[in-house]
Design a protein around this ligand. Structure first.
Ligand code: SF4
Length: 487
């Protein structure tokens, strides 16, 4: 527990971590520590991703063991193929999220980005972009045939597809800003509390709210780190990586979990005797009844303080562009993405905004990074920093759209991803760089086993007018700040 400050910057979270440790409850941080060191071959990109089934072959990153796979594949081809494999997955996720999984999906570029996207495609080579690109990528991963530069170009095309598919669904703030709140204060008081995590269908959320309203006992519905809702978002108790911590705090009386929630929260509920319902089968009235019943027995470890709430509003690319147009001297600095356990939770999103505001940047954000900014008062209420929050499903796309609409990519200082929630985030980051943006990813990528692949990626992105920076370690706040300041 002496290392607790390197787990999260939030003092209340630190107290809850100590409380969970005293009660012998293992959370995501303990699992992370027990996984160290993680697979060094995979982390450096030197575990073969081809589907040949002769392997799995691995190449020794230090040159002391195997330098080629069984078939003669060398490190550059292996690392580039892994990058392509990840981008194939990312594009598939993007197609699924776009709601077009049943047919051909094509990017929906905001009008300001149609020309830059066409120019990028020309530079990368190949025809128009659609979900057919994914099949071509899969075919290229059947057996080694193409060299690293060709595989990297395919990965960038899939990145561009992923970014463009984010435009298929309109921003949740397309018509007007959508307010949100986040922090432990949303759990204050005596109401029975239902926590919702993962992608839960809006109909079920509406049903839960209706059933909660009809209950004789006070019941509320909160989100455990997911942005859930339409016109109004559910109050968020925490960021995504804190969902287990809040569940273990005794403040949650029932949990409903959707497809991307992972296995940990339901397993924790089983351990602690908290009623948990898989969203696909949940009945709203039964969930409310279970929460009321559980509330009678439960004990909270969390001190009530309704003031511990941050607030903000989600805005559209158009609103952000208008603000940039009104302030011609400001440059946009974007810090978005999900929590990662590789750095203290909240470190980058709370350290960077003041420094960037002092450098005359307008800060924008999305995802967990935006929640941390709101918790710190940077998304409203803090006169020193006024970070603007974008729809998490299309954060990078909206940031680039706003900058180009406000005068060009020179208005965009850069987009820094604090963490990657999965392959879709990686593909989007690559797509943003291919579209001409300066992009930085603060968590290590599986590219450090091959300088040839890194060089091929840097060259391909440069030819499109963008840049892509990544580190062989979790980046510090100073490193990301320096990246923003140095152009
Ligand atoms: S493609 Fe080559 S390196 Fe990869 S698993 Fe098959 S034989 Fe091994």
């Amino acid at each position: 527990m002496e290392s607790i400050h390197i787990k999260t910057v939030d003092p209340i979270s630190q107290d809850l971590l100590r409380s969970a440790a005293r009660r012998g409850i293992d959370l995501n941080w303990e699992r992370y520590e027990k996984q160290q060191p993680q697979d060094g071959f995979l982390r450096t990109g030197l575990s073969c991703p081809y589907g040949c089934l002769q392997g799995p072959c691995r190449i020794d990153p230090f040159g002391r063991g195997a330098s080629k796979g069984l078939c003669g594949l060398e490190r550059d081809g292996m690392a580039a193929a892994l990058l392509l494999r990840l981008c194939v997955n990312g594009a598939l996720e993007a197609v699924n999220m776009s709601g077009k999984a049943g047919g051909s999906a094509v990017p929906a570029w905001p009008s300001a980005l149609a020309k830059p996207a066409a120019a990028t495609l020309k530079k990368l080579g190949g025809g128009d972009l659609s979900s057919a690109e994914i099949f071509a990528g899969v075919a290229a991963l059947a057996r080694p045939a193409e060299g690293a530069p060709a595989l990297v170009r395919r990965a960038l095309r899939l990145g561009l597809l992923t970014l463009g598919l984010a435009g298929v669904r309109p921003s949740r703030a397309a018509k007007k800003p959508v307010p949100f709140s986040v922090g432990y204060g949303v759990l204050a008081g005596k109401a029975a509390t239902i926590g919702v995590c993962g992608q839960v269908a809006p109909d079920l959320v509406d049903g839960l709210l209706t059933a909660a309203k009809a209950s004789k006992t006070a019941v509320r519905v909160v989100s455990l780190g997911s942005w859930i809702g339409g016109k109004a978002l559910l109050p968020m108790a925490c960021t995504s990586a804190e969902a287990e911590l809040v569940t273990a705090s005794g403040a949650i009386d029932a949990v409903v979990w959707g497809p991307v929630a992972g296995a940990a929260v339901p397993a924790l509920c089983a351990q602690l005797g908290i009623p948990a319902f898989v969203a696909a089968e949940a009945d709203a009235k039964a969930v409310v009844t279970a929460a009321v019943k559980a509330k009678a027995k439960g004990e909270k470890c969390l001190q009530d303080d309704p003031a511990v709430v941050g607030a903000g509003e989600v805005i559209s690319a158009e609103t952000l562009a208008a603000e940039l147009k009104a302030d011609k001297k400001a440059h946009l600095a974007v810090i978005g993405g999900v929590d990662t356990l590789q750095s203290p939770l909240g470190w980058l999103p709370t350290e960077l905004p003041p420094a960037l505001a002092a450098a005359k940047c307008k800060v924008a954000s999305w995802g967990d990074a935006a929640l941390w900014m709101a918790k710190r008062g940077f998304a409203g209420g803090n006169p020193g920093v006024q970070a603007r929050v974008l729809d998490g499903a299309r954060g990078a796309l909206d940031a680039i759209d706003a900058a180009v609409s406000a005068g060009g990519l020179s208005r965009l200082r850069g987009i820094a991803f604090t963490g990657l929630g999965g392959s879709r985030d990686l593909a989007s980051a690559l797509g943003a760089a291919a579209l001409g943006a300066r992009v930085c990813v603060a968590v290590p990528l599986p590219l450090w086993g091959s300088s040839g692949t890194r060089d091929a990626l840097a060259a391909a992105v440069k030819s499109c007018g963008g840049s892509f920076t990544h580190f062989d370690h979790p980046a510090t706040a100073d490193e990301v700040r320096a990246w923003f300041i140095k152009r």
